[in-house]
Design a protein around this ligand. Structure first.
Ligand SMILES: [Zn+2]
Length: 411
């Protein structure tokens, strides 16, 4: 199992610090895959497929961590994807009556789903429960399912200016006329429905359908920016932060009125060429609230562990033990870590296998047996390296060990 030292020393200095700073199971974030591969649905949770390999489906969890997941039901596409904004520790705005945006968004989204289903559309929600979910995951779901319309449902906070009409705001993708039409129809339907109520509304100058940009041509909202091939819009129906509006928004009848308005807008978007209304010029305001990142997101357990067994000769095993000692890891951890390092090399330079001489697979037999239990979040690395080298999982595990023996011997 000869490894070209040239291959690895070339990257050694620049990557070793990265390797040792990522956690043992840390993975690189999902790449910007634009093809829609569908998703796996299990217990109402959608796992978008990032890569569909013969060795396993690489999907992302609600916290946007890549895992291998071959269970669940396959969902190829839907007509409409609804995104109840926020969730978990990200509450969004909070009404004076205690109504939390995170919960209201989900209530309304579920009512919209019901309306759309009765119109004959297929519908999915990015989340069906109170779940912490970064923006990247919401957009990964949209990109995997390629819906005809993707609507993120929110209720606003912040405005103080008294208004005689609802302060409804919708936002569209700056470079998509279809997204603009979707936002215009959402504005038209929601605004007109709420305008039937007499409420001391509040609004801002952004009342209407517009694009919020971080710089010219660049959408400030990740939900719009990360879905360039999906007509996407954000609906901020009214101001939950305004106490009189919170009193209205907590009423089930009003939630139903709002849901019907959103469903009508989506139905008109798909079945007509109506342009919508309420358009305002785009504006530049890159100051965001800072929510929607994966920081602090904790997943439930998803996917199955995989047990892989490899054997080592006495000489190999001694090297492995001393390398593990040097690295401050168990020999099982060292084998896992080595495969993550190999995966990182491959991602940094995808030419590693093509430009260099092919590596012959290591011998996985011997008298010293080592079992490694691979959690679902470590399996994508195993799959990618196995595919790149054309090795079995056992061979990859041993290759990882060889790499770590090599790296720890360099000093
Ligand atoms: Zn919100």
């Amino acid at each position: 199992m000869k490894l070209s030292s040239k291959v690895f020393s070339r990257y050694f200095l620049t990557t070793l610090s990265i390797i040792f700073s990522i956690s043992l199971v840390g993975t690189l974030s999902a790449g910007g895959s634009t093809s829609s591969l569908g998703a796996i649905v299990e217990n109402g949770v959608i796992f978008p497929i990032i890569e569909d390999t013969e060795l396993g489906k690489i999907v992302t969890t609600p916290c946007n961590t890549e895992i291998i997941h071959n269970g669940g039901e396959f969902l190829e596409t839907v007509d409409v994807l609804l995104d109840p904004g926020h969730g978990g520790p990200e509450t969004g705005s909070v009404g004076a009556n205690g109504l939390v945006e995170r919960d209201l968004n989900l209530i309304v989204a579920l009512l919209v789903e019901k309306e759309l289903l009765s119109l004959g559309y297929t519908v999915a929600l990015t989340r069906r429960t109170d779940l912490h979910m970064p923006i990247r995951q919401r957009t990964a779901i949209a990109n995997s399912l390629s819906p005809k319309a993707f609507v993120s449902i929110h209720h606003n906070g912040g405005a103080q200016r008294r208004s005689d009409v609802p302060g409804t705001e919708t936002f569209h993708q700056i470079n998509s006329s279809e997204s603009k039409r979707l936002a215009g129809l959402l504005f038209e339907e929601i605004f007109e429905s709420f305008n039937n109520f007499w409420v001391p509304w509040v609004n801002t100058v952004h009342n209407g359908a517009s694009s919020r940009l971080s710089e010219p041509g660049r959408d400030a909202y990740g939900i719009l920016r990360n879905t360039p091939n999906v007509p996407t819009a954000i609906a901020e129906a009214a101001y939950l932060s305004n106490p009189p509006e919170a009193q209205v928004l907590i009423m089930p009848e009003v939630q139903q009125v709002e849901a019907e308005a959103i469903a009508r807008a989506i139905h008109r978007f798909i079945s007509t060429t109506d342009p919508g209304s309420g358009f305002k010029p785009s504006f530049i305001d890159g100051v965001m609230t800072g929510t929607g990142s994966a920081r602090g997101c904790i997943d439930s357990k998803h996917g199955e562990d995989l047990r892989i067994t490899v054997a080592y000769s006495n000489e190999e095993f001694e090297s492995l033990i001393s390398a593990a000692k040097k690295a401050g890891m168990s020999i099982e951890e060292l084998q896992l870590f080595g495969v993550h390092a190999l995966d990182l090399f491959l991602q940094l330079d995808s030419d590693v296998t093509s430009s260099e001489e092919k590596i012959s697979p290591p011998t996985v037999s011997g008298s010293n047996v080592s079992n490694v239990s691979w959690p679902a979040e470590s399996q994508p690395a195993l799959v990618r390296v196995a595919r790149a080298y054309g090795f079995s999982f056992s061979e990859v595990q041993k290759l990882g060990a060889t790499l770590m023996v090599f790296l720890t011997s360099l000093e």
